[in-house]
Design a protein around this ligand. Structure first.
Ligand code: UDP
Length: 474
């Protein structure tokens, strides 16, 4: 049987790149030839570090470096450096065509980021290349996103009198949980979704980094056709595992702490709290009395994040908390920290990778969503019983006091039900990953499907992409 050759195309941002690299490592380990398309230059230093580490560890995976055209003045409101690069990529994807067409062995499938899938569909339209999409957010947020082109939120279409939006089969979402750029027809993000969502009926399958224990109802609803008819089958392939060997982080202070006694605090790769909020968080951590390991960010793009911890938090705080707290500025291996036995809780902005990492590793979450998909991700945490949601508005909207933060920390750390449930979820994940477990079976089915695609690619005429979908809806 021909070996399938699969290309993966992640867009900007570490939170997008990491799940693509994890999926790439998974399918390569199961026998596919894999090419990862990487961006040059990357917006953040952490993206280039992840890329270097990945290819050093997986020399058998090929790399196709792609340099998008420079960003030109946008027709939309788009000031975020990561979104600006996505816009530049959207305007240059056609440049990739000859490179993709020249890959050897010939490509049998592309796994695309949602933000470029319409261009990828155009490239593959007259070739026997199957297209898949990897969705890097929760199934819950994705179920909102697929509805967006049908709604006109800026004109309140679909919004009920009580300020909610109905997700058919999935209940109501408060409009206050939907990030403002999604309402704004002039924002690049809504335009991007409008142009790409219609292609989701033309791809072979949609992968989500999620799993039944977190989102079974939503995954079923997406596959039922109730949200939108004709959506390609949604396969829950998560939670993804690290592409590195999982080992203990090199943090002697953490090794000395009692089991489950330390709160890990991190807001992901691209969220910096405003300065006054950082200081309140500092006060809250101190008042809570818990031990903490805090990854401090003061700038959205890590290359610009140059201030020292002392400058930001003050010497006296660091002196007072030196035995029970540790603050790190810079990149840490978050999943290794979450796996450490001393970690007993996680204050998270609810980036979806962070949520799935904590769920996989059995760590309860204090959810403090800040933007984007994060409030809907926080709903998932609450519903799955693995944590507590502090609904404190969007980033910078209100100043949350140290007292309020300390109270919520205690609530989450004291309540054993979150810890018990988080451990249950961890165990379910372990079972699903075993040979013959749900995830293993799903991945085997996917590999068979890739192989069939590779055979078609080698031996038959181009045909319509929709014709040969094999996946069962679940
Ligand atoms: N991450 C990490 N070390 C850091 C900051 C982030 O390993 O110092 C990883 C984290 O484990 C996750 C990803 O970066 O895999 C961030 O993705 P997420 O979806 O949680 O949030 P985003 O950064 O996209 O907001």
């Amino acid at each position: 049987m021909a070996t399938p050759h699969i290309a993966l195309f992640p867009c900007s941002g570490t939170g997008i790149l990491i799940p693509f690299l994890r999926l790439a490592a998974t399918i390569a380990a199961r026998g596919c030839t894999v090419t990862v398309i990487t961006l040059h230059p990357t917006v953040s230093a952490s993206e280039s570090e992840q890329i270097s580490t990945f290819f050093a560890l997986h020399p058998h995976i090929k790399r196709l470096e792609f340099q998008p055209l420079p960003f030109k003045k946008s027709n939309f409101s788009n000031k975020d450096p990561f979104f600006m690069q996505v816009e530049a990529i959207s305007n240059s994807v056609h440049l990739l065509d000859p490179f993709l067409a020249a890959l050897s062995p010939p490509l049998s499938a592309i796994i695309s980021d949602l933000s470029v899938v319409s261009s990828i569909c155009r490239f593959a339209s007259n070739k026997s290349i199957s297209i898949y999409v990897l969705v890097t957010t929760s199934a819950r947020f994705f179920s909102l996103v697929v509805l967006l082109p049908k709604l006109a939120l800026h004109k309140s279409v679909g919004i009920q009198e009580n300020g909610h939006l109905e997700l058919p089969g999935l209940g109501l979402v408060p409009v206050s949980s939907i990030a403002p750029p999604l309402y704004d027809s002039n924002h690049f993000l809504s335009a991007l979704l409008d142009s790409n969502i219609p292609c989701l009926s033309r791809v072979k399958a949609i992968f989500v980094n999620s799993f039944a224990e977190l989102e079974s109802e939503t995954i079923k609803a997406l596959n039922s056709g109730r949200l939108i008819a004709d959506l390609a089958p949604v396969l829950a392939l998560g939670p993804f595992q690290s592409f590195e060997v999982e080992k203990t982080p090199n943090l002697p202070w953490l090794d000395e702490q009692a089991p489950e006694s330390v709160l890990f605090v991190s807001f992901g790769s691209r969220t910096a709290l405003p300065r006054n909020q950082i200081l309140e968080l500092r006060n809250g951590l101190e008042k809570s009395g818990y031990k903490f390991l805090w990854v401090l960010k003061t700038n959205k793009v890590d290359k610009d994040d140059k201030e020292e911890v002392q400058q930001v938090l003050g010497e006296s705080f660091l002196e007072r908390t030196k035995k029970r707290g540790m603050v790190i500025k810079g990149w840490v291996k978050q999943d290794q920290i979450l796996a450490h036995p001393a970690i007993g809780g996680f204050i998270s902005h609810c980036g979806w990778n962070s949520v799935t990492e904590a769920a996989r590793l059995g760590v309860p979450i204090l959810a403090w969503p800040q933007n984007g998909d994060q409030k809907l991700n926080a709903e998932v945490i609450e519903k799955a019983g693995i944590g507590l949601w502090a609904d404190w508005g969007w980033l910078g909207e209100v100043l949350v006091s140290g007292d309020d933060i300390a109270k919520k920390i205690s609530e989450m750390m004291v309540d054993t039900k979150f810890r018990v449930r988080a451990k249950e979820v961890k165990e379910k994940v372990r079972q699903a990953r075993e040979i013959g477990g749900d995830l293993d079976v799903l991945l085997r089915g996917l590999m068979d499907e890739f192989s069939v695609g590779a055979k078609t690619r080698c031996g038959s005429n181009p045909k319509n992409l929709e014709d040969d979908r094999k996946f069962e809806r679940i």
